[in-house]
Design a protein around this ligand. Sequence first.
Ligand code: HEC
Ligand code: HEC
Length: 295
Amino acid sequence: MLEKNPVIFIILAFVVIMVGTAITMIAPFKWINGAGDRIAEVKPYTPLQQEGRDIYMREGCNNCHSQTVRTLAADVERYGNGGGYSKSGEFVYDRPHLWGSRRTGPDLARIGLKYPDPNGAWHRKHMADPRSVVPASNMPSYAFLNAPLSTTYSERKMKLLKFPYTQADLDELKGKTEMDAMIAYLRKLGTDIPVKKAEAATLPAPAQKNPFSDLKAVKEEAEALYKQHCASCHGEKREGNLGPALKGSAKSDSELFTLIAKGVEANGMPGFRSSLDDQKLWKLVTYIKLGKQDD
Ligand code: HEC
Ligand code: HEC
C-alpha cells in the first residue's frame, strides 16, 4: 500500500502540510490589511513619541510587556481599558511592531486610555519607582530616564523611516528628557480610535438611589475592584497617594458615582464609564464610603 512507499508518503505529507499552510498563512492576505482595515483616525507618531518608542525598544520593555489586546473577552476586559481589542489598522506606523507574546507585566496596547492625565503624573511616579504605586510590582525602576534626550540621530532616523517631519516638528524635542519622550509615547498608545466618553445623558439622575447600600453584601467584590482599578492612585487602604484620600468620603452617593464615571481627566483622575458597568460603579461608591466603624 501507499504508506509502505516512503517516497510517495513523504511527498503526500508535504502536499497536505503545504495546503494547510496556504490556507492559514497565505490566503488570509486576500482579505486582511485591505482598504477596509484602514482607520482614518490613526495618526503617525510625533517626533517625541517616536523617540519614546525607540527608548522603549532600547530598554527592552517589550520583554515584559506585549502590545496587542486579543479578541478574547477576558483580554478585552483586562487590557482594553474601554477601547476594545486591537485592530490591525492601529499598527500601520509601527516599524517594527511590538506585539510580543510575553506578559510578565500587563499588555500596554491601550495604556494611553488607562492614564489619560495630560501631565503623566502616574507614569512619572511609576517609572521612577514602580513600588511607590504598586507595592507588589517586580518592574525595574527607570529613574535614570530623567536624563536629557539625545537628538543626534533623530533627524537621520526620521528620514530613514520616511516620516515627513518639518524642522518645527523636530524642535519639539529641544530640552526634553528621555522620560518625557517615554511618557509621550505611553500616553499615545491605543488612544487613536475614539472611545465613547461618559455623556451626561448616560449618567443616572441625581435622585437615583444606590442599589448596593448594604456594605456587607458587596464588600468582597468591591474591595477587589478597588484594588484592581483604584489602589495605585488612592492607596491600598484608601489613604490617598497620587489622588486624594477616599476613606469615609463625605460626598453623596450620586456625586461619587458621577465623579468615578466621568473622571477629572485634566487633574489625573481617569473616567471609568467605558470600562466598568453601573453595578460595579455603585459597589465602588459603597466601598469608598466605608469608614472606620466598618473596617
Ligand atoms: C521585568 C519585567 C518588566 C520590565 C522589563 C518592564 N516592566 Fe513594566 N511592568 C511590569 C509589571 C510586573 C507590571 C505590573 C505592576 C506595576 O504596575 O508596576 C508593570 C507595569 C507597567 C505599567 C503599568 C501598566 C498598567 O496597566 O497599570 C507601565 C505603563 C509599564 N509597566 C511600562 C513599562 C516600560 C515603559 C518599561 C520599559 C522602560 C517597562 N514597563 C519594563 C514588568 C516589567
Ligand atoms: C491614575 C490615578 C487615579 C486612578 C487610577 C483613580 N483615581 Fe480617583 N482621583 C485621582 C486624582 C488625581 C483625583 C483628584 C482629581 C481632582 O483634584 O480634581 C481623584 C479624585 C477622585 C475622587 C474625588 C475625591 C474628592 O474627594 O474630591 C473620587 C471619588 C475618586 N477619585 C474615586 C476613584 C475610584 C473609585 C477609582 C477606581 C475605580 C479611582 N478614583 C481611580 C486619581 C486616580
